[in-house]
Design a protein around this ligand. Structure first.
Ligand code: ADP
Ligand code: MG
Length: 344
C-alpha cells in the first residue's frame, strides 16, 4: 500500500488527483490524462483566460492558513478574475511545486479545498503540472471562462458622469490578516490558544473569500452590462486608478459611502488602524468594482439582490482622481496596493 508521496511518485499522484476529479461541463471534452485538455467552446461565445501564481512565504503563510482553505482560496481568486470580465468560469488547470516537507495528506487537503471551490462554482479541473520544489509550496492556477461577446466588460469603458459601484464590503480581509499576524506574534513559542472570538467574519474574509458570481448573475438578471469592471484584489484606491487610467477618466469617491463592516471597524479600532485605509489600501477583498450609466441605476434599486453600493462618479481626467473625505476635504487617490519587488 503506497501511502507516501515518495512511494506514489509523480504519476501516482496525478492518478490520485484524476480519480478525485469529476467532469461536469459539456464544454469539457477531455480532462486529466493526455498531453492536453480538450475544451469545446460554446459556439458564438468568447473565452477568457487568466492565470495566477502563489508562492509560500510571499502570498500565503501556512502557519495560519490551513491547506484546505488555501486550496479553496487559490481557486476562488482565479474565478474572481473571470467574473470581473462578466464571464462564467468553466475550467481550471492547477500546477504545483511541492517540497519534501509536505506529505500525501497535505496534498489531499490542498486538493479537497480546490475541488470544493470547483464544485461550488461549477468548474472542471482539467489538468496541470506537478514538480518537486526546493522552496516550499508553489501553486499556479489558470482559469478559463466564457461570455457572450456583447457582455464582456473591460477596465477601459468608463465614461464621464457614470456611477462607480462596489459590491459587499471592503477592508475585512486586510483586518483579518492583521489579526492573524498579531496572534502569530503573540503566540510565538507559547501554547496558548489564539483569541478569535467575535472576529469570525474578518477571518473568513481573509481565509476563505468567495468570488462574486451572485453579482454577475444579478447584473444579467436586471439587464445591466457595466461599462467597466474589475475585482478588488489590491485595495479600492489601486483598482479605481486602474479603471480611470484604462478609461482615460477621473473620478470622485466619497469616503462616507465606502461599505465597511462593523467587525472590520471594531478590529481596526482595537489595532489603532483606520478602517478607511484598510478599504482603500488593504487587499484581497475580491469584491467587484464597476461603473454603470446613470439610467441603469434605478434597475438596481427596483430588484432585490446582493449588496451593491454607489460610492462615487466618473469625471473628466483633468479633474483628477480624488477621495472626498467625510469632513469634506479632497485628497488624491494613491495606489499603495501590494507591489512586487518592493521590500516594504
Ligand atoms: P507532461 O509530461 O505532458 O507535462 P504530465 O505527466 O505532467 O504530462 O501530466 C499528465 C496529465 O496529468 C496531464 O493531463 C496533466 O494536465 C495532468 N496533471 C499533471 N499534474 C497535475 C496536477 N497537479 N493537477 C491536475 N492535473 C495534473
Ligand atoms: Mg508535466
Amino acid at each position: 500500500m503506497a501511502d507516501s508521496l515518495q512511494d506514489l511518485g509523480e504519476f501516482g499522484l496525478i492518478n490520485r488527483i484524476k480519480e478525485s476529479v469529476k467532469l461536469t461541463n459539456a464544454t469539457t471534452i477531455k480532462g486529466i490524462g493526455d498531453d492536453c485538455a480538450v475544451i469545446a467552446p460554446t459556439p458564438g461565445m468568447r473565452q477568457v483566460v487568466t492565470t495566477d501564481l502563489l508562492l509560500e512565504g510571499i502570498h500565503f503563510d501556512l502557519t495560519y492558513c490551513p491547506l484546505k482553505h488555501l486550496g479553496y482560496k487559490a481557486v476562488a481568486v482565479n474565478l474572481s478574475d473571470i467574473y470581473a470580465m462578466n464571464a462564467t468560469p468553466k475550467q481550471i488547470t492547477v500546477s504545483i511545486g511541492v517540497s519534501a516537507k509536505f506529505d500525501l495528506a497535505a496534498i489531499d487537503e490542498l486538493y479537497s479545498g480546490m475541488l470544493l471551490c470547483c464544485e461550488r462554482y461549477g468548474v472542471d479541473l482539467v489538468g496541470g503540472d506537478t514538480s518537486s520544489s526546493l522552496t516550499g509550496l508553489n501553486i499556479s492556477i489558470t482559469a478559463i471562462g466564457e461570455v457572450a461577446p456583447e457582455k464582456i466588460v473591460y477596465r477601459n469603458g468608463a465614461k464621464e458622469n457614470e456611477i462607480v459601484c462596489v459590491s459587499g464590503d471592503l477592508g475585512a480581509a486586510y483586518m483579518g490578516l492583521q489579526l492573524l499576524e498579531r496572534e502569530k506574534r503573540v503566540l510565538k513559542g507559547s501554547n496558548q490558544r489564539p483569541e478569535f472570538d467575535g472576529y469570525d467574519y474578518i477571518l473568513e474574509r481573509q481565509l476563505k473569500p468567495e468570488p462574486r458570481r451572485d453579482v454577475v448573475e444579478f447584473l444579467d438578471k436586471i439587464g445591466v452590462v457595466p461599462t467597466s469592471m474589475m475585482d478588488v484584489s489590491d485595495g479600492l484606491s489601486s483598482e479605481m486608478l486602474h479603471i480611470c487610467s484604462a478609461s482615460d477618466m477621473g473620478c470622485r469617491i466619497y469616503e462616507e459611502k465606502i461599505p465597511i463592516d462593523h467587525v472590520t471597524r471594531n478590529m481596526a479600532e482595537e489595532l489603532n488602524f483606520s478602517p478607511v485605509v484598510a478599504a482603500l489600501n488593504g487587499g484581497e477583498d475580491y469584491e467587484l468594482l464597476f461603473t454603470i450609466r446613470q439610467e441603469d441605476y434605478q434597475k438596481f434599486q427596483s430588484t432585490p439582490g446582493p449588496n451593491i453600493f454607489a460610492i462615487g462618479y466618473i469625471c473628466n481626467k483633468d479633474k483628477g482622481r480624488r477621495l472626498i473625505t467625510t469632513s469634506g476635504d479632497e485628497s488624491d487617490l494613491v495606489a499603495q496596493g501590494w507591489k512586487a519587488w518592493s521590500n516594504k
